[in-house]
Design a protein around this ligand. Structure first.
Ligand code: PGA
Length: 634
């Protein structure tokens, strides 16, 4: 629960900060430039770098937020988020102490934090990131592993296209005091109580005399076009034709057209030379101009002191649009209302498909889960054996083993089990225990046998020897044997063949590791393990095979796969058997679950359609515990 709250919190913060950056990549670019300048390496950065970094950061934050919310690639996402926080937290402390830039820019212009507030926020987020990293596997998935790539891809793509669109045009949501409809005079007015107004750094100066023209330009009534070019040296000069047309239009209609720039006299002269500009220039602070419009150059239309419209250089009107006085030009009057509708429409493009996808995925998962129960006639369930098998592993000396087997025998004699019961013992117990259990309901299994028939293999025990003790089964392919004794699929194949040839039945174990599960490879792993060692058998031989699915991460760890997880893969394993031997044989194959199975969770696990019992390690070492699992079939 706490992990999921953290996941949603962190996800929401990342989606929010990613979104405000995506809708205003230029803002992040400027912020990065500010940082670079404050730290003294702005000259070393290639010009495209701040924008590229800004977009990359925005996309990373947005996508990680979505990954967290949907529970996609939980392990890697939590690692990257933690790494980010480990980098950002000391960085924000450094910024708070040295204060090279006033607002860190983590939430763009939407929420402005001081550097100390940012540091505090990062401490909280770092704690959350640590929790997520430690318990990432407890995070709930909103989307199945089959469909998560779609959400991921769609989020990256949407973020990328939206960032591209806003770079080409203007931020789709304007958080600055220069938004459409804003009254500049009002935004610049100092309150009586001395509070700093939203715009406090815009001062328009005459280029020649340095005289302050702010009031005379802003406060005079009428239509005014402000061409804003923070730095003419890097402004887009491809728009000079459009600017010439605009100049003519303003002359014809007696509107003021003035260019505000942060460049000096030389910069202005150079621009005039290149573009043939005939409009007047005034100087203003470069940062203030960058705040006013995210384009260089950009155009602002004022009616008196109210902002009527804003256009990026890519959107400047041409002579076709400039065909009537401003009052009659519909496109020149941008309404906040319509802008809002655009934003809603644009986000619907992301949110609605995503919701639909999640819903479809949910329905599909439900269908998959119930597929077998819905379509299979009930009798198929009765056709295969229910089995509870113990696997003592390397536990119990002979006397202890005999005592345990005796206790169990007596228990089951008193109360008949509703399933087949097998105990897997070390070799040393086999003969004695088999003899002891001869007349009982309990069958005996070895835990291994050699991959050679007989001969000079010191210390090995052949399938034939196992059979001669009276044992009926052998467990093969257990992950502990695969891992610690390097048993390969080929070796296991030889063992399976020898076991069957000697009249033993095989409990064949398969299952994935934690990494493989997290990489969503469990199905591929199980299929490959079956294909590597048992799918070569004939249908007749197959009758003597019991499959035990044992996720390695659940063995002896106390972590059980949930009944749903287990059922999902059991159904898959059965479908693999059906592919090779046909549905009828698959319906008769017993597939056991193994991995921290106990009396408390066995009923739920065994209640699933495709789970036909369990292979029990730890809980088979005490008669009462083992009996509780057997009782799950009652
Ligand atoms: P466990 O072992 O029940 O102790 O997890 C199962 C097994 O390895 O067979």
């Amino acid at each position: 629960m706490a992990v999921n709250i953290c996941r949603i919190l962190m996800g929401a913060v990342l989606v929010f900060s990613g979104t405000v950056k995506i809708i205003d990549p230029r803002g992040t670019e400027y912020k990065i430039q500010d940082y670079a300048a404050a730290l003294g390496f702005s000259n070393d950065l290639p010009t495209y770098m701040p924008l590229a970094l800004g977009v990359a950061l925005a996309l990373l934050e947005f996508s990680l937020g979505i990954y967290l919310m949907f529970g996609i690639r939980r392990k890697w996402t939590s690692r990257i988020v933690l790494l980010m926080m480990l980098l950002f937290t000391p960085w924000s402390l450094y910024l708070a102490i040295t204060n090279p830039v006033h607002d860190c820019g983590c939430f763009g212009d939407a929420i402005q934090l001081t550097n100390w507030q940012t540091f505090g926020k990062n401490i909280v987020l770092l704690t959350v990131a640590l929790i997520l990293w430690k318990w990432h596997h407890l995070g709930k998935r909103l989307i199945s592993q089959h469909s998560q790539w779609l959400v991921a891809l769609y989020s990256w793509l949407f973020g990328f296209l939206l960032a591209g669109y806003t770079i080409y045009t203007l931020p789709i949501i304007d958080f600055r005091p220069y938004h459409i409809g804003a009254d500049l005079a009002e935004q610049m007015a100092w309150k009586e109580d001395g509070t700093v107004p939203p715009i406090s750094d815009l001062m328009i100066l005459d280029t020649e005399t340095g005289q302050d023209l702010t009031d005379s330009i802003i406060a005079t009534p009428g239509w005014k076009f402000l061409l804003i070019a923070p730095r003419l040296e890097v402004a887009d000069d491809g728009v000079m034709d459009r600017l010439a047309e605009l100049t003519d239009y303003c002359k014809r209609n007696h509107y003021l057209l003035i260019c505000l720039t942060g460049s000096d006299h030389d910069g202005i002269m150079n621009w005039c030379d290149i573009t043939g500009a005939e409009y007047p220039f005034c100087q203003a602070d470069e940062t203030a101009l960058k705040t006013a419009i995210r384009s260089n150059p950009g155009l602002i239309l004022l009616n008196g002191s109210i902002i009527e419209g804003k256009w990026a250089s890519s959107q400047l009107p041409g002579y076709k649009e400039l065909n009537a006085p401003v009052e009659e030009l519909k496109w020149a009057h941008q309404k906040q209302e319509t802008m809002r509708q655009h934003v809603i429409a644009l986000f619907s493009l992301y949110v609605i498909p995503l919701l639909l996808l999640t819903l479809l995925d949910f329905i599909w998962s439900l269908y998959r889960k119930n597929k077998n129960t819905i379509h299979k006639p009930l009798k198929t369930n009765k056709m295969r054996k229910h089995i509870v098998a113990g696997n003592w592993k390397m536990n119990k000396n002979l006397q202890e083993g005999v005592a345990l087997a005796t206790e169990l025998k007596e228990m089951l004699a008193a109360e008949k089990p509703n399933c087949d019961v097998i105990i897997g013992t070390p070799f040393i117990h086999l003969a004695t225990v088999s003899d002891l259990l001869k007349d009982s309901v309990i069958a005996v299994s070895a835990e291994n046998c050699a991959n050679k028939a007989s001969g000079a293999y010191t210390g090995e025990v052949s399938a034939e020897m196992v059979k001669s003790t009276g044992a009926e089964y052998v467990i093969l392919g257990h992950s502990e044997r695969r891992e610690y004794y390097n048993e390969t699929p080929e070796i296991l194949k030889e063992k399976v063949d020898l076991a069957l040839a000697n009249g033993l039945k095989v409990i064949f174990c398969i299952g994935e590791s934690l990494e493989q599960r997290e990489a969503n490879e469990q199905e591929a792993v199980c299929k490959a393990e079956l294909a590597g060692s048992v799918f070569h058998l004939t249908a007749e031989q197959w009758k003597n095979i019991v499959i035990a699915y044992e996720p390695i991460w659940a063995i002896g760890t106390g972590k059980t796969a949930t009944a749903e997880q287990a059922e999902e893969i059991h159904a898959y394993i059965r479908s693999c058997v059906a592919d090779v031997y046909g549905k009828e044989v698959a319906d008769e194959t017993s597939i056991l679950y193994g991995g921290s199975c106990k009396g408390s969770n066995a009923p739920e696990l065994f209640g699933k359609e495709d789970i036909d019992g369990g292979l029990i390690g730890g809980a088979s070492l005490k008669a009462a515990d083992f009996k509780a699992i057997i009782d799950a079939w009652k």
